[in-house]
Design a protein around this ligand. Structure first.
Ligand code: SF4
Length: 435
């Protein structure tokens, strides 16, 4: 095979930088594997190691510092045939530590080469997660406070099934990279080298001494039998193939004429458990059956079965930009908590506005026309009150018609639920007569 090096952009690093050697070693490895540039993507992030993708005639992705593995994951999931090689420095690895752990745990078929030179070279020689405590860096004494990480030990602990460690000068490195890239799963090599531009200026350390330091750590040279398992991508695809796909989305036909001339803002105010959001949804579906543009914006706390529940629904003949309501035309008020949440809107209501409210509820002063409903007397339980209020609203012919409401129900419910909703609407019809 021929080289994949980009002849128009030869590698440029500080004199003596290990990265330059690794560029050629990687090219050798790709040639050993017989890969063409179209079959490979090199993914990098920030730092001197982030220049790698520009030196090869392959696909390339260069992104934010520490995030290279996330891009690599997306690329491999989108195109399983692609050989994905991720190159990060020890700086990026520290920044994207959680992504590194996830990649080890996930076992997607991507390869990670960590160009480990014990400091942030490009930004001035600051300490990284692999800087020895005795080293001198531009970060002052900070590296004395945190011992360096053994990347390989972490990789093994996090589940990486192929873990290697090597010197950048190792004669076997290209064969090791080829083996790692060929492996069907997540593979990583922690490659130790020198940074003459920054680190070696402050630390008189030779490659021999670095190699000696490496020999004090447990060896890491390939497959980790205890971590071997099915590759994530193929596993994902086999499970996804068994999942039943949802049927096609059914459209909502526009079959009615809306009573709304231009736009209607409806505010539903209630409490968790009153099905406020469902009522808002039915309002939207009703309006859609008359060809209106609709939006719904809900507001409720993280709590379940307690706290306010507010839904803002807008119908409009033209597309809606901002989905919030400053001044409602209609307010459906069903609980004190909901009213308290939006108490300021009541003073904005004018004589054309309408309030539909539970009869025991105290409503702040306003100029709107109000319909009070005695839900208790009608035997309508708390969870059904929002839906019952829609029937009262439809009876007014103000925002929706009864036909639109029934269409909205049919678009939201089926079977027993639909029958129950229709019965409730009939029961709520009596409320109009009593109001
Ligand atoms: S700063 Fe260090 S890592 Fe960066 S190119 Fe120079 S020697 Fe290499």
């Amino acid at each position: 095979m021929t080289t994949l090096l980009n002849r128009e952009r030869p590698p440029v690093f500080c004199p003596g930088c290990s990265h330059e050697k690794i560029v050629r070693v990687l090219d050798n490895a790709l040639q050993q594997l017989g890969l063409s540039g179209e079959q490979v993507v090199i993914v990098t992030d920030i730092g001197c190691a982030g220049l790698f993708d520009t030196f090869f005639n392959t696909h390339a992705f260069h992104g934010l510092h520490g995030r290279a593995l996330t891009y690599a994951t997306g690329l491999k999931m989108a195109d399983p045939e692609l050989t994905v090689i991720t190159i990060m420095g020890d700086g990026g690895l520290g920044i994207g530590g959680a992504h590194f752990l996830s990649s080890c745990r996930r076992n997607l078929d991507i390869n990670l080469l960590i160009l480990n030179n014990f400091n942030y070279g490009m930004t001035g020689g600051q300490c990284s997660v692999t800087t020895p405590v005795e080293a001198a860096t531009s970060s002052g004494f900070l590296n004395q406070l945190e011992p360096p990480l053994d990347i390989c030990r972490i990789g093994v602990a996090a589940g990486a099934p192929w873990v290697g460690r090597a010197m950048a000068t190792d004669g076997e490195l290209s064969a090791q990279i080829a083996e790692a890239v060929f492996y069907q799963g997540f593979s990583m090599i922690d490659i130790w080298g020198v940074c003459p531009g920054r680190y070696s200026k402050r630390n008189k350390i030779s490659l021999k001494q670095i190699e000696k330091e490496m020999s004090l750590l447990p060896a890491a040279s390939g497959i980790v039998p205890a971590n071997e398992r099915q590759e994530f991508g193929s596993h994902y695809r086999s499970l996804a193939a068994q999942v039943q796909h949802p049927g096609s989305v059914s459209g909502i036909n526009s079959i009615f004429s809306p009573p709304v001339r231009d736009r209607c803002n409806i505010l539903l105010l209630g409490t968790a458990g009153q099905r406020i959001n469902t009522a808002g949804e039915i309002l939207c579906l009703s309006a859609m059956s008359a060809g209106m543009h609709v939006t719904q914006k809900n507001d409720y706390p993280i709590t379940v079965l307690r706290g306010h529940s507010v839904s803002e629904v807008i119908f409009s003949r033209s597309p809606v930009g901002y989905t919030g309501i400053k001044k409602p035309h209609i307010v459906i008020a069903l609980s004190a908590e909901g009213v308290a949440r939006r108490k300021n809107v009541f003073s904005l209501l004018d004589t054309d506005s309408l309030i539909i409210a539970a009869d025991n509820l105290e409503i702040p002063e306003n100029n709107a026309r109000t319909i009070k409903i005695d839900f208790k007397a009608l035997g309508i339980s708390t969870p059904d009150r929002a839906l019952a209020s829609l029937k009262v609203l439809a009876g007014e012919g103000y925002a929706i018609t009864e036909e639109m409401l029934y269409a909205g129900l049919a678009n939201r419910f089926t079977g027993k639920q639909l029958n129950e909703a229709r019965s409730l609407i009939c029961k709520a019809g009596q409320a109009e007569k009593r109001s």
